[in-house]
Design a protein around this ligand. Structure first.
Ligand code: AMP
Length: 633
C-alpha cells in the first residue's frame, strides 16, 4: 500500500503543493495567488484570489474538443422518455435557462430554490445558476410544504424553479399544493416561480404575476448567450440543507474553486473515470451525491452522465444493468439500500447483460453490511467499493483510491482515509487517538480539504459550534460517526454517535447489532433502535424483514425464528447486545434517500411522537412498527 500511503501523506504534509497540482485539473479565468489561507481557523479558504466558474468547467471548456460527445443521457422508466444532450446541446439549454433566470431578475449572489423531479431541466437550472453566479439551493422533490418553507426562509430565494410534479412507481406526485402551501407558510417567499409543465397536473394553474411557464419563457430565449460570471474561488456556489435535522435546517455552504478541484481530482483518483466515458449515479439531484456525481463531477471531467428517473426494479430488476450495458457505463455509483433491494431479486438479472464495460461499482450514504458487500462483489465480478462521506464534505472521506493504487477490498469496510483528510479516530472521553480495533469518533483535523463546506449558510458561529466543539478545546471536526480501524488501517463505520445505544453502561452501535442480526440467513434487512429500559437504561429492539416469509407464518415458527436471531446476536456480539425483541415487518421506515428513520422508530417504540416524517418513503412502514409493538400513539 505504499503508493496510497505516499499519496495521502503528501496531501497532508505538503498540502499546498499537493492541492496546487490538483488545481490544474480545472480551468481558471484568473490564477489564484495563494493555495490556502488558514489564518482564521477553522475557516479554510482555498485557491485565494483565483477566479473560475462551475458552469464554465462543466460545459464551456469541453465544447471545442467534445462538443458532439454526449454530455447528459436522460432515461425515465416512469414516462418511457429517453433523451440525449451533447455538450453542445447542453450548452444551448443552459444558456437559454440562464437567459430565462436572468430575465426573472436573478443575478450574482441571489438564491434560487430548485424543487424539481429528475428531469434534464433540473440540471440545466443548476448549471444556469452557476453560470450567473447565483446560488442554488436544491430541495429534494420528496420534501413536503413545511420542509420547503423552512428552506425558503433560511435561503430567502428570489426565484423558485419547480415542475407540476414527479413520478414514482407510475404514480404522479403533484407539486402545486406543496409549493403553494410553502409559499403561504414562508415569511420571505420567492417573488417568482418558474414551472415546468410535464403534463402531469391536468389542472395546473399559473398564479398571475408570480408564475412563469418554462416552455413559454424558453421559447423567448432560444438564442440567448449569457456570459459566464467569474467568481472568486471562495464565493458561494450552492447551499444544500442537511437531512435528518429537526427544527431549523442547516444549510451546507459550498465554495466554487475548491469544490471544482476536489470533484475533478476525485473523478481521476477515486472513481477512475476518463473523459469520454459514461458515469451512472443512481441518486437524486436533491442529495449531495446527485450534486457531486450526477451533475458537477462527471461533467467537469468531460464524461457523459446518466440522469435516471425511476425505480431500480421497474419494469424489472434488470433495468440498471440494461442501462449499464446499453450505454457502456464504466463507473457506477449507488446506495447500499439499492444493493439490498437488488440482492432480494432473481440474480439472473445480473447475468442477463454484458457488464464487461463496468470498471467498478461505488456505494455510499449508509453502512454497507458485510454480507451484501460480499454478495454483490461476487455476483458482479467487479470491485464493489464502499466509500464514506457526508453532505458536509461533498466528496469521499474514506475510500479505496484505485486511481492511485488498487488496494484489496475488505467487505464491510470503506477502506482508508482519502487524500486531503487528516482523519483520526478520537476517543470520546479524552479526545486522544484510539488504538487499532478500538471504537472511537471519526474526526478530521482541520483545515478541511477543498470541496468541503465553507460554513453554515448565514451562520458562521453555528458552523464552529456544531462541528468543531466535540473534543474539548481541540479544534477538530466531528463527523458524528463511530468508527474503528484494524491493524491494516481499514476503517469501519459503526453508525452515528447520536444513535448510540447504552445498555447497562455498555455503549453499542445500532449498526453493530444490525450486522449481527443480518448474519442470520433469513434476514434481509433490519433496524435496531435503543429503547428506554428502567433497569438497564436502554435495550435494543429489532425490526426485521425476512427473506422467506414461509419461515414465520405461524406463531410457533415466528417465535422460533426470533429466538434464532437472538442466538445469532449472542453468538456474534454477546448477550449484552441481544435485542429484547425481534419484530418481523415487511417494510422498514426510510427516507426517500434510503436512510432508516431510526429516531422515528425509536420514538414510537418509546410511546413518543415520531417527529418530522416529511421525508418518509412509505408511511405504511410506520404503521407496521406501531402494530408490531402494540403502541397506541
Ligand atoms: P448524508 O450527509 O445525509 O449523506 O449522511 C452522511 C452520513 O451517512 C454519515 O455521517 C454516515 O453516518 C452515513 N454514511 C455515509 N456513507 C457511509 C458509508 N459508506 N458507511 C457508513 N455510513 C455512511
Amino acid at each position: 500500500m505504499s503508493a496510497y500511503r505516499d499519496f495521502h501523506r503528501r496531501s497532508i504534509e505538503q498540502r499546498e503543493t499537493f492541492w496546487g497540482e490538483q488545481a490544474k485539473l480545472i480551468d481558471w479565468h484568473e490564477p489564484f495567488g495563494q493555495v490556502l489561507d488558514y489564518s482564521r481557523p477553522p475557516f479554510a479558504r482555498w485557491f485565494v484570489g483565483g477566479r473560475t466558474n462551475l458552469c464554465h468547467n462543466a460545459v464551456d471548456r469541453h465544447l471545442a474538443a467534445r462538443g458532439e460527445q454526449k454530455a447528459l443521457i436522460y432515461i425515465s422508466t416512469e414516462t418511457g422518455q429517453e433523451h440525449t444532450y451533447t455538450y453542445r446541446d447542453l450548452d444551448a439549454e443552459v444558456n437559454r435557462c440562464a437567459g430565462m433566470i436572468r430575465a426573472l431578475g436573478v443575478g450574482k449572489g441571489d438564491r434560487v430554490l430548485i424543487y424539481m423531479p429528475m428531469v434534464p431541466e433540473a440540471v440545466f437550472a443548476m448549471l444556469a445558476c452557476a453560470r450567473l453566479g447565483a446560488i442554488h439551493s436544491v430541495v429534494f422533490g420528496g420534501f413536503a410544504a413545511h420542509s420547503l418553507a423552512a428552506r425558503i426562509d433560511d435561503a430567502q430565494p428570489k426565484l423558485m424553479i419547480t415542475a407540476d410534479g414527479g413520478l414514482r412507481g407510475g404514480r404522479a406526485i403533484l407539486y402545486r399544493s406543496m409549493y403553494d402551501e410553502a409559499i403561504k407558510l414562508a415569511k420571505s417567499p420567492p417573488a417568482r416561480v418558474l414551472i415546468l409543465n410535464r403534463g402531469l397536473d391536468k389542472e395546473l394553474k399559473l398564479t398571475a404575476g408570480r408564475d412563469e411557464d418554462y416552455a413559454e419563457l424558453r421559447a423567448q430565449h432560444m438564442s440567448d448567450r449569457v456570459p459566464v460570471t467569474w467568481l472568486e474561488s471562495n464565493e458561494p456556489s450552492y447551499i444544500l440543507y442537511t437531512s435528518g435535522t429537526t427544527g431549523h435546517p442547516k444549510g451546507v455552504q459550498r465554495d466554487v474553486g475548491g469544490y471544482a478541484v476536489a470533484l475533478a481530482a476525485s473523478m481521476k483518483h477515486i472513481y477512475c473515470g476518463a473523459p469520454g466515458e459514461t458515469m451512472f449515479t443512481t441518486s437524486d439531484i436533491g442529495w449531495v451525491v446527485g450534486h457531486s456525481y450526477i451533475v458537477y463531477g462527471p461533467l467537469i471531467y468531460g464524461m457523459t452522465t446518466i440522469l435516471y428517473e425511476g425505480l431500480p426494479i421497474r419494469p424489472d430488476a434488470g433495468i440498471w444493468w440494461k442501462i449499464v450495458a446499453d450505454n457502456k457505463v464504466t463507473v457506477m455509483f449507488s446506495s447500499p439500500t439499492a444493493a439490498r433491494v437488488l440482492k432480494k431479486q432473481d440474480p439472473a438479472f445480473l447475468k442477463k447483460y454484458d457488464l464487461s464495460c463496468l470498471k467498478h461499482l461505488f456505494l455510499a450514504g449508509e453502512p454497507l453490511d458485510e454480507p451484501t458487500h460480499r454478495w454483490f462483489n461476487e455476483m458482479l465480478g467487479k470491485p464493489v467499493i464502499d466509500h464514506y462521506w457526508q453532505t458536509e464534505t461533498g466528496w469521499p472521506i474514506l475510500s479505496s483510491v484505485p486511481g492511485v493504487e488498487k488496494t484489496p477490498i475488505k467487505f464491510g469496510s470503506p477502506s482508508f482515509p482519502v487524500y486531503g483528510y487528516d482523519l483520526r479516530l478520537l476517543r470520546e472521553a479524552d479526545a486522544m487517538e484510539a488504538a487499532p480495533n478500538e471504537k472511537a469518533v471519526v474526526a478530521i483535523f482541520p483545515p478541511l480539504p477543498p470541496g468541503c463546506m465553507s460554513t453554515v449558510w448565514g451562520d458562521n458561529e453555528r458552523f464552529v459550534r456544531t462541528y468543531f466543539t466535540s473534543f474539548g478545546d481541540k479544534l477538530v471536526y466531528s463527523t458524528f460517526d463511530w468508527g474503528i480501524r484494524d491493524e491494516e488501517n481499514y476503517h469501519y463505520i459503526l453508525g452515528r454517535t447520536d444513535d448510540v445505544i447504552n445498555v447497562a453502561g455498555h455503549r453499542l452501535g445500532t449498526r453493530e447489532i444490525e450486522e449481527a442480526v443480518q448474519a442470520h440467513p433469513n434476514i434481509a434487512e433490519v433496524a435496531v433502535v435503543g429503547v428506554a429500559d428502567q433497569i438497564k437504561g436502554q435495550m435494543p429492539l429489532a425490526f426485521a424483514v425476512v427473506k422467506d416469509a414461509g419461515k414465520i407464518d405461524t406463531a410457533e415458527s415466528r417465535a422460533r425464528e426470533e429466538k434464532a436471531v437472538m442466538d445469532t446476536v449472542d453468538k456474534l456480539l454477546g448477550a449484552i447486545a441481544r435485542p429484547a425483541r425481534v419484530h418481523f415487518v415487511t417494510l422498514l421506515p426510510k427516507t426517500r434517500s434510503g436512510k432508516l428513520l431510526r429516531r422515528s422508530i425509536q420514538a414510537l417504540a418509546e410511546g413518543r411522537d415520531p417527529g418530522d416524517l416529511t421525508t418518509i418513503e412509505d408511511p405504511a412502514a410506520l404503521e407496521q412498527i406501531r402494530t408490531a409493538i402494540g403502541s397506541k400513539s
